[in-house]
Design a protein around this ligand. Structure first.
Ligand code: SF4
Length: 143
């Protein structure tokens, strides 16, 4: 058992309950043995834990109703990579949007937050959400 386990618990009505991780410091999470991983990676690790660390068993998992099942191989199947044309179009659209926001900010004298400038950059591994019809899913989504 994790000797720092108590860090993740609090008392409610005389019983131990889990603390809200949104209110915890990162060093507290680390003391509990958690690493800084993406939610997708966390799902993959959860699946490996579920299958006694066997990647082959995760691959073969038949629990198709499990909420983790679509993500069990560490990828988000609801997203796909852009082809070069789509990537260029998205980049141009972001630049246009950034330019119009910068012009508006100049008119009003307001500042553009750093995060708005960050949006102008298109990362190499960009992915987009597809409508259900393009994913091969029947209208109304999978049941
Ligand atoms: S998808 Fe399969 S391997 Fe992953 S948590 Fe669910 S049951 Fe376990």
């Amino acid at each position: 058992m994790n000797r720092h386990r108590q860090i993740g618990l609090e008392q409610r009505g005389g019983d131990d309950v889990g603390r809200d991780p949104r209110c915890m410091r990162t060093d507290e999470l680390e003391q509990l043995g958690h690493a800084r991983v993406s939610p997708l990676r966390a799902l993959r690790l959860h699946c490996l834990d579920c299958c006694n660390e066997s990647a082959q068993e995760v691959r073969l998992c038949t629990a198709v109703d499990c909420a983790s099942w679509p993500f069990r191989l560490g990828k988000n199947p609801w997203r796909r990579k852009l082809d070069p044309q789509e990537r260029a179009a998205l980049q141009a659209r972001l630049v246009r949007k950034g330019a119009s926001e910068a012009a508006a900010a100049q008119k009003t004298g307001s500042e553009i937050p750093a995060s708005d400038f960050d949006r102008l950059r298109v990362p190499n591994e960009i992915a987009v959400d597809l409508p259900p019809t393009k994913r091969g899913v029947a209208e109304g989504g999978a049941s």
